[in-house]
Design a protein around this ligand. Sequence first.
Ligand code: S3P
Length: 175
Amino acid sequence: MTRIFLIGYMCSGKTTLGRAFALKMGLQFIDMDWYIEGRFHKTVKQIFAELGEGAFREMERKMLHEVGDFEDVMIATGGGTACFFDNVQYMNQQGQTVYMKADIDTLFNRLQIGKAKRPLLMNKTDEEMRQYITEQLASREPFYSQATYVFDSNRLESRHQIDKSIEELRQLLKL
Ligand code: S3P
């Protein structure tokens, strides 16, 4: 039975690599944000705006425990999932965990396009965003680094790079 959790910062490539990897390996793919949105019939953006981050984290924890029992699955978590409650310990107990590690420059470039649907970043200027990413990444690193494996996720910008990363991840996980 295979159960993999991808953890790491927003735009670190959890969904991009996770979805492609699952397809290649015949695993079910779950993106936690999409799963939450489907279950609660609201976007993550709406949940943050209407109920607040605290409520989102409770929902996220609950959904993590739901998908954490699925079998033969690749789960792309949200950027904060590993950093709240005992979520990272739970994931380590339930399956293989991979920290998708990317440089600040990579994250910043990807998030310039991706920030619109990310409530923690959407209202920030470029300068504020770079500062925020730098500080938040530092404070989250102790959680992310509890993953069993670390994967360099800087190179996911083309089909060729994604295919190469699938192979590298497969070898890392010995699958
Ligand atoms: C968050 C990351 C997002 C989403 C929410 C909060 C975070 O997921 O769960 O906006 O705290 O880092 P992605 O990592 O998929 O962007």
